[in-house]
Design a protein around this ligand. Structure first.
Ligand SMILES: *Cc1c(COP(=O)(O)O)cnc(C)c1O
Length: 231
């Protein structure tokens, strides 16, 4: 089991490194191992082979796992849909929240991060595919959103997150990633801290690297297929 995990993880890491070389990228890329729905023992196995950054989608699951693993030097990321009343489970734990889409969330995060004496780093999720099932701001809404968020001192927006459309059409996926990168570069001119671009999952991370992702969120390619629980 653990050996299989190690092999899968190495395949992913090697493919990231060779893609970085191939496209001539010399910057750093952060890999978030998406452990949602996988039990704590699987996270422990991954930790043993050197994984330190884990991504979770569900607030209580994040809270419960991080409690059990409190002695582990893990950097937790929250990547799922945000419910305002669940932020109290997320803010004390998360290094980065990828999926902010509403000003009410910024306000609540600010309240909690002030209470926990931290500055919460977040990404703004953008919906560039136009798919109505996907959360996120439209590109023309982001600048105003960032300006308004400045008012909240204990929240720091450090970049954007996006998801590719649900399709096998590589060029359609590439277009979305490319417009995310374009948007980030545009914002960066006005807001120098908008540096990160979280995009790329198991099926599209190599395209995401080509198009300028700085953070990848990879689950099944590392941990295997998820079964049982809903996505
Ligand atoms: C589940 C999930 C991932 C990882 O998906 P895989 O296809 O298993 O790599 C990444 N990002 C978000 C937002 C997710 O919900």
């Amino acid at each position: 089991m653990s050996n299989e995990l190690k092999e899968r993880y190495e395949v992913v890491v090697n493919s990231i490194n060779s893609k970085m070389l191939e496209v001539g990228r010399k910057d750093e890329i952060k890999l978030v191992a998406v452990s949602k729905t996988f039990p704590v023992d699987v996270i422990k196995n991954a930790y043993e082979i050197g994984v330190r950054i884990f991504g979770e989608n569900y607030a209580q699951e994040l809270r419960d796992k991080s409690k059990i693993l409190k002695d582990y030097d893990i950097e937790w990321h929250f990547i799922g849909r945000i419910q305002l009343n669940k932020l109290k489970y997320i803010v004390p734990i998360a290094e980065l929240i990828h999926s902010v889409t509403r000003l009410e969330e910024i306000k609540e995060i600010n309240k909690l991060s002030t209470k926990f004496n931290k500055v919460q780093k977040v990404l703004v999720q953008v919906n560039l595919s136009g798919e109505t099932t996907k959360a996120g701001l439209r590109s023309e809404e982001v600048e105003d959103f960032i300006k308004k968020a400045y008012e909240f001192e204990n929240v720091k927006i450090i970049g954007l997150m996006t998801m590719a459309p649900f399709t096998n059409d590589v060029e359609a996926i590439r277009r979305v990633f490319r417009s995310a990168k374009f948007l980030k570069e545009k914002l960066l001119k006005k807001f120098p801290e908008i540096k990160e671009l979280s995009m790329g999952m198991s099926n599209d991370y190599l395209i995401a690297i080509e198009e300028g992702a700085t953070i990848l969120r990879i689950g099944s390619k590392i941990f295997g297929e998820r079964n049982g629980r809903l996505k």
